[in-house]
Design a protein around this ligand. Sequence first.
Ligand code: GTP
Ligand code: MG
Length: 236
Amino acid sequence: MKRTLVLLTLNEIEGVTELFDRIPFDAADESLVVDGGSTDGTVEFFTTRGVKVVGQEKKGRAEAFRVAFDSTTGDVLCFFSPDGNEDPADIPRLFEKIEAGADMAIARRFGEGARNEEDDSVLRWRAWANQAFTLLANLAFNLPKLVRERGAYVQDTINGYRAITREAFRRLSMDAEGFLVEYQMTMRALKLGMKIVEIPTIEHDRIGGQSTASSLPTGLRFVRGLAREIVIGRRF
Ligand SMILES: Nc1nc2c(ncn2[C@@H]2O[C@H](COP(=O)(O)OP(=O)(O)OP(=O)(O)O)[C@@H](O)[C@H]2O)c(=O)[nH]1
Ligand SMILES: [Mg+2]
């Protein structure tokens, strides 16, 4: 299987500077940075090191996923965000899960052996919201499988750190905007009964720069996105 590694960036110069040497580019046959319009030198950082960068005509992370799909040729795509949250050592593991037969492999921040960035906080609003949306997606789209097999519960339906086959990506026809894209990807994969495999990951803190995912608007978009997936069923 031809492996494509995709890096998603929007003003992540601090993160990419610190992480670059640890990103296993040699684990992929093709690498691409999709950049959402950085003005902090992120683009120049990669181009001077010989890593191809493409920009986006439209804004947002969902658009970045679509640009990645259209600009690459691998049979499997692994999406990595170099802001410090994600451990680059998981990249080869995600590829391996796809090569072992999964349609999609997700690095999960919850459950045994995993950590999410709020684990040390008392009030873990983001983690709780994530887990609530994950529960709802499992109830709405994964129930028949769960009745047969409890281990079929997908523990992190939202994390963007994941790999997917090109064929599965095509079949899911994601049309979500912004940070909803990964949740939509998982919900649709569940609807089609695709094989989803998870690996535990350790989520670290952001290295520098700023998050562009503000909690309340993102949460409301998730509610609407979930409702829409329930209404449309398999019509996508
Ligand atoms: N290409 C592209 N990348 C984006 C865009 N928006 C965000 N990103 C990248 O996607 C990754 C995740 O975005 P964040 O803003 O960190 O969102 P988050 O991980 O939910 O928030 P934090 O927990 O604060 O890190 C980062 O590597 C961003 O640089 C975009 O519009 N286009
Ligand atoms: Mg982040």
